[in-house]
Design a protein. Structure first.
Length: 220
């Protein structure tokens, strides 16, 4: 069942787009470089792997065209630039020369096709792979500022993880929360809103399917 987005959300938006478990975790316990989403964390994203839009973005054929798929397509089309944390980019947090995934997880042709700003304290020259350029920025405020300038009038998608999401929310930099609730209970790990301060939010849209429940909130 789909409830349409409220007309109250207008103009350029900076929005969080992230999947979490029913008990509020975006990654499971025991995170490592080899298993960056922790125990059971990869299961959170099973809802998206078979969708036509997601597969096309990743250079794959086939997939299902469902209500979930339409949401993924709309989300990608509205995104003119992306912001993410260092851990989402590569799993590491130390100097780049010590990071075995220093070029990220997505190979030579990442699926973004738009500027991506990675929040990190470790300086680095921009990295271009395929149609995507990653720029490494110190601080969430500066990353979102640069992303908005680069988005070409489209929206800025904050893709995760939990730490940068909390920083952006607490700094008043998010207009919208797009949360995909996967039918999983992880029982521990990284909570999405562990350090988020009090904030008024208003439900704008619900997309429900057997695979996930997608919630859109306007941030007050």
């Amino acid at each position: 069942m789909i409830f349409p987005r409220s007309s109250g959300l207008q103009g350029m938006q900076t929005f969080l787009n992230i999947t979490m478990s029913v008990d509020g975790f975006v990654a499971g316990p025991n995170q490592t470089l080899e298993q960056p989403l922790g125990d059971g964390g990869e299961e959170l994203h099973e809802w998206i792997l078979g969708l036509e839009s997601w597969r096309r973005q990743h250079g794959l054929e086939g997939g299902e065209a469902t209500a979930d798929d339409e949401l993924v397509r709309q989300t990608h089309e509205r995104s003119g630039a992306f912001v993410m944390g260092r851990r989402m980019f590569s799993g590491g947090d130390g100097p780049w020369e010590d990071d075995p995934n220093a070029n990220g997880w997505w190979g030579d042709d990442p699926p973004f096709g738009a500027p991506v700003y990675v929040v990190t304290h470790h300086r680095r020259e921009p990295l271009s792979l395929g149609a995507t350029t990653f720029t490494f920025v110190d601080g969430i405020k500066e990353a979102i500022r640069q992303a908005r300038d680069a988005a070409g009038g489209r929206d800025v998608q904050l893709s995760g993880g939990a730490s940068v999401a909390q920083q952006a929310l607490n700094a008043g930099l998010l207009d919208e929360l797009d949360i995909h609730v996967a039918p999983r209970l992880l029982g521990g790990g990284v909570r999405l809103f562990e350090e988020a301060g009090p904030r008024a939010i208003e439900l704008q849209r619900v997309v429900a399917s057997p695979h996930a429940t997608h919630l859109v909130y306007a941030v007050g």
